[in-house]
Design a protein around this ligand. Structure first.
Ligand SMILES: [Zn+2]
Length: 316
């Protein structure tokens, strides 16, 4: 029997049995789209053998034992590796992860006056390329996110399905005034690349309200390191349709509060490995008194939806 396997960009491979079922049942994908609008967000457009097909993630929606960790750091030179992460989640149902480099390979976070140079640029390029190289297994998928710094390297963006933008208040600053920064942000918005945005409070608001108002933003830790959860609540930023949170290290009370106020479709499960323990962070979500549909959104379909909106024409 023909066992089709479709690749979405370079990061997702759809389940072959799902494809077979869709074709055997002769379900018109467009009809499916109309009958089940709920699935619209997890349907993606892709090209296979020159034919446009619409396929959906039925298997993921049906099978609650497929989880996606939306916040994982892996080192190339130092710090815990991707293999260390896989070992740690071996006994869980985490089958996919958003992965980006460790901060230590992007800039010198211990030097607030750090100036970029060619050695660091090379190191950064290799760190990002390393993340791309991790997506080789059929059993475990990686959504590769590009960790950006002040060279704002649009040239390297093409294969990635998201952006890591990261800075703490005592670390060297992003050069928001540089023309390269503006061009980079324009490209992020053009391609609908989700941005995991770690910044101090003022810069978080600046980024979302002024610099990149169209960008899909995921604020890690429910904002604990972006000025605090309560401060961001007061600012009204979570109410924006394009602003989301991840659950890493936020704790069950804040996560439950966020879901109650802003809805389960705006929050994603993340562990922040190696700073957070993926098993502990996952248990926090599984232990919350939430319906199956809500858990499925947080543990899987929200990040699928956000990455499925990425402009892929350049990647195919
Ligand atoms: Zn992190």
């Amino acid at each position: 029997m023909l066992r089709p396997q479709f690749t979405l960009a370079q990061n997702l491979v759809i389940d072959a049995n799902t494809c077979i079922k869709i074709f055997q049942d002769k379900i018109q994908p467009k009809k499916l789209l109309m009958i089940k609008p709920h699935y619209y967000n997890i349907i993606d457009l892709l090209i296979s053998d020159g034919i446009f097909c619409l396929l959906c993630y039925f298997s993921i929606s049906r099978n609650m034992e497929y989880y996606i960790d939306s916040h994982v750091h892996c080192g190339r030179l130092s710090g815990p590796s991707f293999q260390d992460y896989l070992t740690q989640i071996e006994q869980t149902h985490i089958k996919t992860a958003v992965v980006f480099s460790s901060v230590a390979e992007i800039y010198d976070r211990n030097d607030p006056n750090f100036k970029d140079n060619t050695d660091w640029q090379l190191r950064r390029t290799k760190a990002n390329e390393h993340i791309l190289s991790l997506n080789t297994s059929e059993e475990f998928k990686v959504y590769s996110f590009f960790f950006v710094w002040n060279d704002f390297s649009i040239e390297q963006l093409k294969p990635f399905v998201g952006i890591k933008w990261h800075r703490h208040h005592d670390e060297p600053k992003y050069d928001y005034k540089s023309p390269r920064c503006r061009e980079f942000i324009a490209e992020i918005q053009r391609r609908n690349l989700p941005v995991v945005l770690g910044e101090e409070f003022e810069n978080t608001l600046l980024f979302i309200s002024e610099l990149a108002p169209q960008a899909i933003v995921i604020i890690p830790h429910c904002g604990l390191l972006n000025g605090g959860y309560d401060e961001l609540c007061k600012s009204g930023i979570w109410k924006k349709a394009n602003v989301h949170a991840d659950t890493a290290l936020a704790g069950p009370e804040i996560i439950a509060d966020f879901i109650g106020r802003y809805g389960h479709e705006k929050i994603l499960f993340g562990s922040d490995f190696p700073f957070g323990d993926p098993v502990f962070e996952l248990t926090n979500i599984l232990d919350l008194r939430l319906s199956g549909e809500v858990k499925e959104s947080i543990l899987c379909s929200n990040i699928v939806r956000l990455t499925s909106q990425v402009e892929r024409r350049d990647c195919l």
